[in-house]
Write a protein that binds this ligand. Structure first.
Ligand code: SAM
Length: 277
């Protein structure tokens, strides 16, 4: 393409192209830095973390009554903010983070050391491959489920690492329902596209102070979702079925909402899911 073509565009368009390209070129540290910045554009994070914290408090209270400490595994902790918040609670025994990205794992280790959290353990592995040396009272993951390459295998391993009766908490974005076939692939591509693009649009609307790069990242994510490439988001109906097939009981999904009147939180799809072994 000559002058006036794609390479001369500026603004959102070039930001999207750059974001798509950069997926293959950024170093781990750059990705970590950008991710920390991007988190500030998602106002439901504090709501989600508070909800998870209160679910863990209930487990601590129950176990404390039996004189025990609560061992926890978190999968895909990313920047480690939730990990630090939970690991420092009285009543928490070990807090193991299972993170396949060495740059994120390093950041978690740094934060644990800054907060003097000697109960935190660090494992550089995927959820699909991690076998714990003990069954724990609670397992958590936020925005990691949609990254699991093999969700069924990951859920099987998570289930095995959990004690009977133990708590499984998922915080993730589930795209609005669409028809799918037995392999969980969309059978109505139009409805699927509407789901994915609508979800991205609500995320952009909810951003408190978006810059081009923040919007571009959301659009990039939507494109990857559409092609089911790297990001593999599912609806909560599919996630519920996968949880059931893995053996989890009492599966619940709670839609998280904020106060922005312009945002359709259902279409945005931030959920807390609670289930038990
Ligand atoms: C979108 S980030 C979420 C980070 C953090 N939990 C949060 O809520 O901000 C996804 C995280 O999942 C991790 N991840 C990707 N695939 C994974 C897998 N198969 N098992 C465990 N973690 C995985 C990534 O390295 C990354 O840390």
């Amino acid at each position: 393409m000559g002058k006036g073509g794609l390479e001369n565009r500026t603004g959102y368009f070039s930001a999207v192209l750059h974001a798509l390209e950069s997926d293959y070129s950024v170093t781990g540290q750059e990705r970590v830095n950008f991710y920390q910045e991007q988190m500030k554009q998602y106002p439901l994070y504090p709501v989600l973390f508070e909800r998870i914290s209160s679910e863990i408090d209930k487990v601590i209270e129950r176990e404390g009554g039996r004189g025990g400490l609560v061992d926890i595994i978190e999968y895909g902790p990313g920047t480690g903010d939730l990990a630090v918040m939970i690991a420092k609670k009285d009543g928490v025994g070990t807090y193991t983070v299972v993170e396949p990205d060495p740059s994120f794992l390093e950041l978690c280790e740094r934060k644990a050391s800054e907060h003097h959290l000697s109960n935190m353990k660090f494992v550089c592995k995927k959820a699909e491959e991690y076998i714990s040396d003990r069954e724990v009272e609670a397992v958590l993951h936020t925005f990691a489920f949609h990254h699991f390459d093999n969700k069924e295998e990951a859920l099987k391993m998570i289930y095995n690492n959990l004690r009977k009766g133990g708590l499984h908490v998922i915080g993730d974005v589930f795209i609005p329902d669409y028809d799918f076939n037995k392999d969980y692939q969309p059978s109505d591509i139009g409805k699927f596209a509407e789901s994915v693009l609508g979800c991205a649009a609500e995320h952009i609307l909810a951003m408190p102070s978006p810059e081009e790069k923040n919007v571009a990242d959301q659009i990039k994510t939507a494109i990857m979702d559409l092609f089911r490439y790297e990001e593999f988001k599912v609806s909560k109906e599919i996630a519920g079925k996968m949880l059931e097939d893995a053996g989890f009981k009492g599966i619940e999904f709670e839609l998280l909402k904020g106060k922005n009147q312009r945002v359709n939180y259902k279409r945005m799809g931030w959920y807390l899911s609670i289930s038990h072994k």
